[in-house]
Design a protein around this ligand. Structure first.
Ligand code: ADP
Length: 378
């Protein structure tokens, strides 16, 4: 068997899986490192490494198998990525970039150095900080874990001193330092994907994201906002990536606040839930451009193929096996694109898959997608 160029992905979840499909499509091979066997991406390859990045020996073996390495989340300690780089293998995005992003407080400080518009924020140093913080950020604010937060785990709303103390105790239990952020009364949440190689930088359409219980639920592309705001959001996305000297694929989440300002919520150095619709919605998907950017190849067009695309996440509706229970009903809409992530177990609220519908009329597209999300049971 010939040895194809192999892209290593640290992490084997749905983002790695969808990137892997595109790597295969382009004729590359993949290797996956994940803590458990049969992860959504691990099950696709013979190059499945089971274990984690703290194991030097395993990480060396993994790196030896790969020509280049990327990742599907920002939680891997930058020092471990530095270790891979010290073995002579490139990591994209680099250890340097991940270090600036993975601690959200460092991320915010870095972006603010470049005058990127952000909600007001400050460090939380002790359980007695309520007065100091509420004086600066207002009575209502959010405290966030600086590291390892996802889908809102790691965030807490604070309205008064008791909330603050409770949240402080709860969040510091997760062994992360904290920071506080002003509560933004946003009218919409936006996201933009940015992909960058040494030669090119491209943005995907700016989308509107609608969260339920802090988890991304629906994505509408393009966002229904003025052309001027679209341009601003694209520009801010590009500036964020440049601020962290980022190469590869990035998702930047933003708010439009009451005054119509665009403020950056956070950036992710990887494929992003808000870009899943690009698989069918754009000429080149975020996952294909992820692979192209990692390989430093020419990027594909990021344009929409139809006027609109709507993506809805399929969250587990029951606890049990991670399989679709009712395929005939689930595929009863001919315009539907169904993606199932291959997770072994479904849990209520767990991201199990997603659906996308593209079309030329937003109302119809959105209606179809909402109807189908109700029908599919995983
Ligand atoms: P995670 O990284 O865990 O996804 P985020 O910090 O992006 O968490 O927050 C998840 C959601 O919580 C956001 O999409 C938004 O709806 C809400 N949120 C986060 N920060 C703020 C804020 N400063 N003001 C208002 N809402 C916020």
């Amino acid at each position: 068997m010939i040895k194809r160029k192999t892209i290593g992905i640290l992490g084997g979840g749905q983002l790695a899986r969808m990137s892997a499909f595109q790597a295969y499509k382009l004729g590359f091979d993949i290797a996956i490192l994940e803590k458990e066997k049969n992860s959504p991406a691990g099950q696709l390859t013979q190059n499945e490494f089971v274990g984690w990045v703290d194991d030097d020996k395993l990480l060396k073996q993994f790196a030896e198998e790969c020509d280049i390495i990327t990742l599907e989340n920002e939680f891997i300690d930058a020092d471990r990525l530095k270790f891979i780089e010290s073995l002579g293998k490139r990591v994209i995005p680099s250890a340097y970039t991940i270090r600036l992003i993975q601690d959200k407080f460092t991320q915010k400080k870095t972006l603010s150095k470049y005058n990127i518009p952000l909600p007001n924020f400050m460090e939380v140093k002790s359980i007695n900080d309520y007065k100091k913080i509420s004086t600066k950020l207002g009575k209502r604010f959010i405290i966030k874990s600086r590291k390892m937060g996802y889908d809102g785990y790691g965030n807490a709303d604070v309205m008064n001193e008791t909330d603050f103390k409770d949240a402080y105790k709860k969040l510091t239990n997760r062994h992360s330092k904290l920071y506080a952020e002003e509560f933004v009364k946003f009218s919409k949440e936006l996201a933009v994907m940015v992909v960058r190689t040494k030669k090119e930088i491209k943005t995907y359409p700016v989308v509107e994201t609608i969260q339920k219980n802090h988890i991304c639920h629906t994505v509408i592309s393009p966002a229904q906002i003025s052309k001027r705001k679209i341009k601003m959001a694209e520009q801010i996305g590009i500036e964020c990536v440049k601020a962290v000297k980022g190469f590869g694929l990035f998702g930047i989440e933003m708010f439009i606040d009451e005054k119509g300002r665009i403020l950056v919520n956070e950036m992710a150095p990887r494929p992003h839930n808000s870009g899943h619709y690009t698989i069918e919605g754009c000429i080149t998907s975020q996952f294909e451009n992820h692979i192209r950017s990692v390989m430093n190849l020419p990027l594909g067009s990021t344009e929409l193929v139809k006027k609109y695309a709507v993506m809805i996440n399929l969250l587990g509706k029951r606890d049990g096996k991670g399989v679709v229970q009712n395929y005939p009903e689930s595929l009863s809409e001919p315009d539907l694109h169904l993606h199932v992530y291959g997770k072994e177990k479904s849990r209520i609220g767990r991201k199990m898959g997603h659906i996308t519908i593209i079309g030329d009329k937003l109302n119809t597209t959105l209606r179809k997608a909402k109807k189908m999300e109700q029908k599919i049971i995983i």
